[in-house]
Design a protein around this ligand. Structure first.
Ligand code: UDX
Ligand code: UDX
Length: 465
């Protein structure tokens, strides 16, 4: 086996693959990294001159791309050549929840992982370390190993080849991806081949202190990723459930979060109330965990984790209902401004965004929507609703605005869905004349300083108080 890694390939130039490889390239100038993707448009965009239009928006990313692209970081559609030249291959393809067949609605669809493993098996040369980066169900490494060791593929190519498989889950959160990658809490490497573990570890040691790099067996590593996300999601569902009690009793959820978070055993992170968690991972990973429990007949455990998801949907439904109730029990033909569409601030990602289901509820109730998000493209919002809504008349009720002001024109209510910094700075006195009376603001993220807003002009509902 080679003693140092010179060439890295990453399959999948998405939210995980792109930023993760950019940071490795930035920190390891002597390694050549090529990120490949089947999507030609995406690769074109990664290679584009306009760094403000990269496929992924992350603070700090474009500066690294400017520095490394074309030097030791490349984006390409040439899978075969890149695989054959690489000593280490990261798999960062998407693993959506299966929508049919066994495990539909819960298990992950591993077809892209399998496809990637087959390509690697076909084109790799010499010894190759294959690293799972995608979030995957436990025991996926076994599938990858089996595909890689398939004799047929080897004979087909007639090359002497061997593989080591490692699990190296990514814990980056969108919107802070670059910072998370530069200053990780820990790097987790799971595997059996100590030399391969050592080579991957050496890469991270270029910027991560050795004590933060932990190694486990493959299955612990795979499971830890699911469990980390499940625990984070559980905290959010817990505080969101408390937000409803606060609204009924006169307590304030922000004060409760602060008070409990100061207990060092509880800690202050992930106790922020909101419209429910979104993003590509939490729901999918908990569904995976539930699937795993059911598979091993751990019914009570499965039920426990199911409840985290049901509170999450309940919180969204609860918000839609409150809006209708506050607007005199009907929002038919009323206009509601939706501020923010991404699942959280500082990302253009809309996967599982709570804004989607809440907007669908409001449309179902007959409202017209003006949606504005500073980073999500108009086409992306249109694509989502064209898929979700079959009725053309309903699609016409959605208007995508180019600014906060435009979105607030003739509106009855403003619904803050994402905690974008821009929304904290809105001058409400200037918005009021644009709206219809009575003017409502619904703050699902607790970003408003309600004392500073004129209560003679606005009715305000702020979650959890
Ligand atoms: C992450 C996680 O890695 C994944 O487990 C989870 O399911 C979703 O979140 P992410 O990088 O966010 O993945 O996904 P995405 O932005 O969709 O990127 C995946 C990329 O892989 C896409 O650009 C897609 O075109 C590419 N891909 C997919 C391939 O190049 N080859 C394939 O066979 C399949
Ligand atoms: C998450 C994990 O944090 C990350 O480690 C993993 O690799 C991928 O999944 P991400 O989904 O990008 O990252 O964002 P995260 O910051 O965890 O937020 C997820 C959702 O929870 C968002 O919708 C966010 O608004 C919500 N959230 C988060 C809350 O409602 N309250 C909080 O206190 C924190």
């Amino acid at each position: 086996m080679k003693k140092i890694i010179k060439n890295i390939c990453c399959i999948g130039a998405g939210y995980v693959g792109g930023p993760s490889m950019a940071v490795i390239a930035h920190k390891c100038k002597d390694i050549k990294i090529t990120v490949v993707d089947i999507n030609e448009e995406k690769i074109k965009a990664w290679n584009g001159d306009d760094l403000n239009n990269l496929p992924v928006f992350e603070p700090g990313l474009k500066e690294i791309i400017r520095e490394c692209r074309g030097v030791n970081l490349f984006f390409s559609n040439e899978l075969k050549k890149t695989i054959s030249e690489s000593d280490m291959i990261f798999i960062s393809v998407n693993t959506p929840t299966k929508n049919k067949g066994i495990g539909a609605g819960k298990a992950s669809d591993l077809k892209y992982i399998e496809l990637s493993a087959r390509e690697i098996s076909k084109y790799a040369e010499g010894h190759t370390i294959v690293v799972e980066k995608s979030t995957i169900p436990v025991k996926t490494a076994q599938t990858i190993k089996e595909i890689l060791s398939s004799q047929k593929e080897k004979e087909l190519n007639n090359k002497n080849k061997s593989f080591s498989v490692l699990s190296n889950p990514e814990f980056l959160a969108e919107g802070t991806a670059i910072n998370d990658l530069l200053n990780p809490d820990r790097i987790l490497i799971g595997g059996e081949d100590s030399l391969a573990i050592d080579l991957l570890s050496k890469i991270y040691e270029n910027w991560v202190p050795e004590k933060k790099i932990i190694t486990t067996n493959l299955w612990s590593s795979e499971l830890s990723k699911l469990v980390a996300n499940a625990f984070l999601a559980q905290r959010i569902s817990s505080i969101n459930s408390i937000s409803a009690i606060c609204e009924s009793t006169g307590a304030d959820v922000a004060e409760v979060s602060k008070a409990i978070g100061m207990d060092s055993r509880i800690g202050k992170n992930f106790l922020k109330v909101g419209p429910g968690f979104g993003g590509s991972c939490f729901k999918k990973d908990i569904l995976n965990l539930i699937y795993l429990c059911e598979k091993f007949n751990l019914v009570e455990v499965a039920k426990y984790w199911e409840q985290i998801l049901s509170i999450n949907s309940w919180q969204q439904k609860r918000i839609s209902k409150i809006i209708v109730e506050k607007l005199f029990g009907t929002i038919s033909e009323k206009t509601i401004t939706v501020l923010g569409f991404s699942f959280k601030a500082n990302t253009n990602d809309t996967r599982e965004s709570p804004a989607i289901d809440i907007c669908l509820d409001l449309i179902e109730e007959g409202a017209n929507l003006n949606i504005y998000d500073p980073k999500v493209e108009k086409q992306e919002i249109e694509r989502i609703f064209n898929k979700k809504l079959k009725n053309k008349i309903e699609i016409k009720k959605i208007n995508i605005s180019g600014s906060v002001k435009e979105a607030c024109l003739n509106s009855d209510a403003i619904l803050i869905m994402t905690e974008w910094e821009d929304f904290r700075e809105i001058e409400w006195d200037k918005i009021y004349p644009l709206m219809r009376d009575p003017s409502w603001i619904f703050d699902t993220r607790r970003i408003l300083n309600i004392e500073s807003i004129d209560h003679n002009k606005f009715n305000i509902w702020s979650i959890g108080r």
